[in-house]
Design a protein around this ligand. Structure first.
Ligand SMILES: *Cc1c(COP(=O)(O)O)cnc(C)c1O
Length: 354
C-alpha cells in the first residue's frame, strides 16, 4: 500500500479519531476548496448526502422533486425517504443528462427541488436548468456522485446549485476505503442544517433540536480521501486520455455511438458508455472473450418494481428507455493501458459483427 495511506491509517488509529473529528474537518476544508465552494460536510454516503440535503431544503410529505429516470436508484430513493414523490424528466439523447426543454412542463406547485444528475462524469446543462428553476424559485440540488472534478464553463460540479452531493463509494472517481459522501454548498444556513441532521439533530451535545440520523463520515475514510484528493485532477486527466483513445479507435465504427461532450463541459469519465445495437448479445460475446463490460443502468428507475406505484409504463420516457437498452460501459480507469484499450475495441468490433 502507498506509504501515505499507511500514515493516514496510523494517524487516525493513534488519535482514535474514528467517527467525525479532525481528519473529517481537514478533508472538508480541502474538498470545499477543490469544489470552489465555502463549505463541505462529510457524511456516510452519497445517498445520505442527497437525503439530508433534501430534508435541509424542507422537502417533505406531499412534495415533488424533479429528477431523471436514468440514474442510480439512490437519487430517487433519497426523494422518497423524505416522503416526497420523484417526478421524472426525460434525458437529452446526446448527453444523457436532464433535457431542459422538458423540465418546465414538470414543475408544479408541489415542486420543492430539482435534481439534475451529472451522469457518467459530465455535468447537466446547468445554465438552462438554473434559469428555469430561478424563474420558479425552485432550488437545484446537483447529484454530482459521478462527477468529482467535472466542470461546466470553468465551474466545478457541486458549485452551481444550492448544494452538490458526492459519493466516495470505492468505485467512484474519488473513492474511499468503504462508504462515504459529502454535501458541498455556499449556503451557510444549509450547511448548518445538514451538520445537525447528520449527527442525530444535535447542534449542542445532548441537545436535539430536530430528528436527524447517524450520517457521519468515518475518520479513516476522511484521512484516505485527503490523500487521494491530491491525485484526483491527474487521475481525471488520465481518464480523459483513455476516453480519447477509445474515441479515436471507435471513430470508424458506425454502429457505436460514442460519448458526446458539450463544449462547456470537462468530462471526467466516471464511466465511458457507448451505445450499441443488440447490446446484451454483444456484451455476452465480449465477456466470453475476456472483456467484462457494465451497464449503467439496464432498468430505468421509473420501470423498477419499487416505483410501480407511480404508474409509469414503458414509453413514458422514450429516450431514457432506449438508452438503457443500448448502453454499454467499456472498461475505464486511470491505469488502463493503450494495448488494453485496443484489445477492448478490437473485441467490441468483432462482437458487433459476429
Ligand atoms: C453512487 C451514486 C449515488 C449514491 O452514492 P452512495 O455513496 O452509493 O450512497 C447517487 N447517485 C448517483 C448518480 C451515483 O452514481
Amino acid at each position: 500500500m502507498m506509504p501515505e495511506l499507511m500514515d493516514a491509517f496510523r494517524q487516525v488509529t493513534e488519535s482514535s479519531a474514528f467517527a467525525g473529528g479532525p481528519y473529517v474537518s481537514r478533508f472538508e476544508t480541502e474538498f470545499a476548496a477543490y469544489c470552489q465552494v465555502r463549505h463541505a460536510l462529510g457524511v456516510g454516503s452519497g445517498t445520505d448526502a442527497l437525503w439530508l440535503s433534501l430534508i435541509a431544503l424542507g422537502v417533505g410529505h406531499g412534495d415533488e422533486v424533479i429528477t431523471v429516470p436514468n440514474s442510480f436508484m439512490a437519487t430517487a430513493e433519497a426523494i422518497s425517504l423524505c416522503g416526497a414523490r420523484p417526478v421524472f424528466v426525460d434525458i437529452d439523447p446526446r448527453t444523457y443528462t436532464m433535457d431542459p426543454a422538458q423540465l418546465e412542463a414538470k414543475i408544479s406547485l408541489r415542486t420543492q427541488a430539482i435534481i439534475p444528475v451529472h451522469i457518467f462524469g459530465q455535468m447537466a446543462e446547468m445554465d438552462r436548468i438554473l434559469s428555469i428553476a430561478r424563474r420558479h424559485g425552485t432550488p437545484v440540488l446537483e447529484d454530482a456522485c459521478q462527477a468529482h472534478g467535472a466542470d461546466y464553463c470553468g465551474k466545478k460540479a457541486g458549485s452551481l446549485g444550492v448544494a452538490g452531493c458526492f459519493s466516495f463509494y470505492p468505485g467512484k472517481n474519488l473513492g474511499a476505503f468503504g462508504e462515504a459522501g459529502a454535501v458541498v454548498t455556499d449556503d451557510s444556513e444549509l450547511r448548518t442544517k445538514v451538520q445537525v441532521l447528520r449527527d442525530h439533530g444535535q447542534a449542542t451535545k445532548h441537545l436535539h433540536s430536530t430528528i436527524g440520523w447517524n450520517a457521519r463520515m468515518d475518520g479513516i475514510q476522511a484521512a484516505v480521501l485527503s490523500v487521494k484528493l491530491r491525485r484526483l485532477a491527474s487521475s481525471n486527466a488520465a481518464r480523459r486520455v483513455r476516453a480519447q483513445m477509445y474515441d479515436e479507435l471507435l471513430a470508424d465504427e458506425p454502429q457505436v455511438i460514442r460519448p458526446f461532450v458539450r463544449s462547456e463541459c470537462t468530462h471526467v469519465y466516471h464511466i465511458y458508455a457507448v451505445r450499441v445495437p443488440n447490446r446484451d448479445a454483444v456484451m455476452e460475446r465480449m465477456a466470453a472473450r475476456g472483456v467484462r463490460c457494465g451497464i449503467h443502468y439496464p432498468v430505468p428507475i421509473h420501470l423498477q418494481k419499487a416505483y410501480s406505484f407511480l404508474g409509469l409504463k414503458v414509453g413514458s420516457f422514450p429516450v431514457a428507455e432506449r438508452c438503457a437498452n443500448e448502453f454499454l460501459s467499456l472498461p475505464m480507469y486511470p491505469e488502463i493501458r493503450r494495448d488494453q484499450v485496443e484489445f477492448v475495441v478490437e473485441t467490441l468490433k468483432d462482437c458487433l459483427h459476429a
